[in-house]
Design a protein. Structure first.
Length: 434
């Protein structure tokens, strides 16, 4: 009969008997601490990964443990501080006890360096596998049940470590205040960062770029000038007003007295529908009071005003108090999402693309829209732009006078040819990009 198994058992029996009581106490303590570490590590994932739906279910369940979980989550800073403190104390205890029992079980006096490396390897493996990885994976899958299992020990730990956690939270708040004093990121920095984004997210990139520059755009740059505004005289008969409404197709129309500088109100077409067949209906009575904004107002501020006042149209005034034009909610939104067209809009009304290098533009097209169509930066024409907001205005700033039909104006690689003009304004402009 082979005696090797008996010899092995005999040797193991001698080893077990030779181990002191301290070894077994240390081993039991290490197992308990390792289990505690697993609970603490898993509770961090369980509590902080609870979804809004899971929290709603906890509110509806109305059990003691559910109430305790929701109560703990209200003070998430103290919860996190308690978890970190408890986990560190427990892990330190595990390291000390594991090192102690390894030294009792094995004699590393002949090779202390190798013994140290073995101890570090074993302790790290045990802590990572059983104290971190396994409990966190389990807690992420069963976050609610794990949170309920650990909520009472956590409540006790929060009370036990309260003085230390308060000190940790207060010191962290000081660091956070210092970090908040960091340098603000400029619009130029954000624009440069967006330039580095991948081409396959171009649509999202374009929207982000518009958001970055959104706060720097004046109302004057996006408004509809007064010469293009459809408006009604306050003395119009109801029949004449209806003809204007049908012809324009707009849902809101400014109403003036004598001239456009004297805007008396804004007419919402929907307010007329109830009395559309009444030829003598006093439509002036349903006008809304006009909302005036200066040309220099930023469109992000105007958007907030629109939101607060629950209106969609404002009359833009110049520095002398005259009416320059109007600006709508749609004009502002288009600065972020691009051109918004509906079934009543005429496609490409302000420009026609012949090919990638040749275009025909209406003189009144806003420079903001002109830049977007060509996908170019605004600073290209900044030196000659002056106070101009339209392409015709840009040409006038460059020439200093109204050019004649056929005149060419060259700015860098852009050649502008006047296609239609009279003695008052530039109507059509051909563009060739060389």
């Amino acid at each position: 009969m082979d005696s090797e198994p008996f010899q092995t058992l005999y040797i193991l029996n001698i080893i077990i008997k030779s181990l002191s009581t301290g070894f077994y106490i240390g081993l039991a303590g290490s197992i308990i601490l390792l289990f505690s570490s697993a609970l603490v590590s898993g509770s961090e994932v369980a509590f902080f990964s609870l979804s809004p739906d899971q929290k709603d279910k906890l509110k509806k369940s109305d059990t003691k443990k559910s109430d305790l979980i929701l109560q703990i989550l209200k003070n998430h800073e103290k919860l996190l501080a308690t978890i970190l403190i408890a986990n560190n104390f427990i892990n330190i205890g595990i390291v000390i006890l594991t090192s102690y029992i390894l030294n009792l079980a094995f004699d590393f006096s002949a090779s202390p360096v190798i013994g140290f490396i073995i101890q570090i390897g074993i302790i790290t493996f045990i802590l990572l596998l059983f104290g971190e990885i396994i409990p966190k994976v389990y807690a992420s899958e069963f976050s609610v049940s794990f949170a309920k299992f650990t909520v009472i020990p956590l409540m006790l730990s929060m009370k036990l470590f309260s003085p230390v956690s308060k000190l940790l939270i207060n010191s962290t708040s000081i660091v956070n205040k210092r970090l908040k004093m960091k340098k603000n990121v400029s619009v130029e920095d954000l624009s440069d960062a967006l330039e580095l984004t991948e081409a396959d997210i171009k649509q999202d990139k374009d929207i982000l770029e518009r958001i970055v520059t959104f706060g720097s755009i004046d109302v004057k740059e996006i408004m509809k000038p007064r010469v293009d505004v459809v408006s009604a005289d306050i003395n119009y008969s109801f029949n004449k007003l209806k003809s204007l409404i049908i012809e324009s197709g707009y849902s809101r129309i400014p109403v003036y007295e004598e001239n456009f500088d004297n805007i008396k109100g804004i007419l919402l077409i929907k307010d007329l529908l109830k009395n559309i067949n009444d030829e003598n209906y006093p439509w002036q009575e349903v006008m809304k009071p006009p909302f005036f904004v200066p040309e220099t107002m930023k469109i992000n501020d105007l958007l907030e005003e629109f939101r607060e006042k629950k209106i969609h149209l404002a009359v833009v005034t110049d520095e002398y108090g005259g009416s320059s034009g109007i600006v709508t909610m749609e004009d502002i939104i288009e600065e972020i999402v691009g051109e918004i067209s509906d079934e009543t809009d005429e496609e490409n009304l302000l420009y026609q693309k012949i090919d990638n290098n040749n275009y025909i533009f209406d003189g009144k097209i806003q420079l903001n829209d002109f830049y977007k169509i060509l996908d170019i930066k605004e600073d290209i024409f900044e030196e000659i732009r002056g106070e101009a907001d339209s392409l015709a205005g840009l040409i006038l700033e460059k020439q200093g006078e109204i050019p004649k039909k056929g005149d060419e104006i060259k700015i860098g690689k852009y050649t502008f040819t006047i296609d239609a003009a009279d003695n008052r304004k530039i109507k059509k402009i051909k563009l060739k990009i060389s």
